[in-house]
Design a protein around this ligand. Structure first.
Ligand SMILES: C=C(O[C@@H]1C=C(C(=O)O)C=C[C@H]1O)C(=O)O
Length: 87
């Protein structure tokens, strides 16, 4: 008898196909977010504003922390860096 934790080869393949689709989407969203973030920065600086808005970055870090815990903070820092480059 098959234990409930065992996965049939076809199901494993289906799950891996889903993982591949999710990874592709995560990468697409990551790249698009960086583009949007850069564009906002360009517009702000062209209008005499600052490169960064720390209150906004803090709110984003907190949003990721609330959803994902400590890992969320690490992810948020990488997400923010991808839009503006390293400090
Ligand atoms: C994109 C912006 O500019 C910068 C980049 C941010 C981001 O990538 O989320 C947030 C704040 C700013 O430091 C913005 O002000 O919304």
């Amino acid at each position: 008898m098959t234990a409930s934790t065992e996965v049939a080869p076809e199901e494993l393949q289906e799950l891996r196909t889903e993982i591949d689709a999710l990874d592709a989407e995560i990468i697409r969203l990551w790249q698009r977010r960086a583009e949007v973030s850069k564009r906002i920065g360009e517009i702000r600086m062209a209008n005499g504003g600052t490169r960064l808005v720390l209150d906004r970055e803090r709110a984003i870090l907190e949003k990721y922390r609330a959803a994902l815990g400590d890992d969320g903070v690490q992810i948020a820092m990488l997400v923010l860096r991808s839009g503006r480059g390293p400090l």
